[in-house]
Write a protein of this length. Structure first.
Length: 127
């Protein structure tokens, strides 16, 4: 039973900030070379922004990554950036739920998180 309470408390901890304030909270990391490690930082977006996760490509090679907040209208755009004399094509994927840019691959959605917590609870014999 205590594990179920812990899972519920975690769920409330993740959602409560977004319910109490109008601004989205997302994870931030600067533009990094693929494979570089960085401790994600929680950032609060401006009212007109949502979370993004970006991938920078050099030709067919996935070379860079970044996370943070950006204006919704800029999400589906592709940007060229220059770093140390090399041009990269940055593609942005956006999501509109708190901390949804945390996963390495697909964006986490509340339903996915709920199903994961329920699966853990069932496997632990709580439910």
């Amino acid at each position: 039973m205590s594990q179920l309470l812990q899972a519920a408390a975690l769920w409330i901890y993740l959602l409560l900030p977004s319910l109490l304030c109008a601004n989205m909270r997302c994870y931030y990391s600067p533009i990094l070379e693929k494979g570089d490690k960085f401790d994600l930082i929680v950032s609060e977006c401006r009212p007109d922004e949502i979370c993004f996760k970006a991938e920078g490509r050099y030709g067919n090679y996935s070379a860079l990554s970044a996370r943070g907040c950006m204006a919704k209208k800029s999400c589906s755009r592709v940007h060229k950036i220059r770093i140390r004399g090399t041009f990269y094509t940055m593609s942005y994927g956006c999501c509109d739920s708190p901390y949804c840019n945390s996963c390495p691959g697909v964006f986490a959605k509340p339903l996915v998180i709920t199903l994961a917590l329920l699966t853990v609870a069932v496997m632990a014999g709580i439910l």
